[in-house]
Design a protein around this ligand. Structure first.
Ligand SMILES: [Zn+2]
Length: 181
């Protein structure tokens, strides 16, 4: 009679779908120039709840049905990623708005291309990039920093698990890589 020995690992045959928690590694680059924009590390992969609208919809649809170990390599055009820049999101703001308590404008902090945390009249947080600084005002661009950029993603799927009921109710991941509360 033969002896059967179990392998001490389970094959994860789950595929990426709604209400799954996905861990993946990726490199994001500018599709046109090849310049790297950001890259995860094995210690800090991207962990997210699939299908709740937290990330670019086209990114989610491109990895739908993938399994652990699957690799991806695709690009997403700007209009399906962070959009096309909109002139109505560019504002001239008087310099005095940025004055410190001494009534001075900090030329070391507020420089062209600096990204500045701001809030609008309704208290919403947003970030603006300074495009120009004049004598009296500056031009601030509130478009997404990756507007007009075709994105190229390459990477692979590291882990897939079903989300807990709490995670689904909260719409985000708990534990490693997610919320701790
Ligand atoms: Zn939560």
């Amino acid at each position: 009679m033969s002896t059967f020995v179990p392998h001490l690992y389970k094959i994860n045959s789950m595929t990426i779908a709604e209400n799954m928690v996905v861990t993946l590694n990726y490199k994001l680059s500018n599709h046109k120039t090849g310049e790297t924009i950001e890259e995860t590390t094995p210690e800090q992969p991207m962990v997210f709840l699939y299908g709740v609208g937290g990330i670019i919809p086209r990114f989610e649809s491109n990895i739908s049905g993938m399994k652990v170990g699957d690799a991806f390599d695709f690009h997403i055009e700007a209009h399906e990623a962070y959009g096309i820049s909109d002139d109505s999101k560019i504002a001239m703001i008087p310099l005095h708005v940025f004055h410190d308590e001494q009534g001075k404008f900090d030329h070391d902090y507020f420089t062209v291309d600096a990204m500045i945390p701001m809030s609008d009249g309704d208290g919403n947080q947003l970030r603006g990039i300074i495009r120009e600084i004049n004598e009296e005002d500056l031009k601030m661009d509130f478009n997404h920093p990756l507007a007009d950029t075709d994105l190229h993603f390459s990477g692979s799927i590291a882990e897939i698990r079903t989300a807990t009921a709490d995670e689904i109710a909260h719409g985000h991941v708990h534990g490693p890589g997610g919320h701790h509360h």
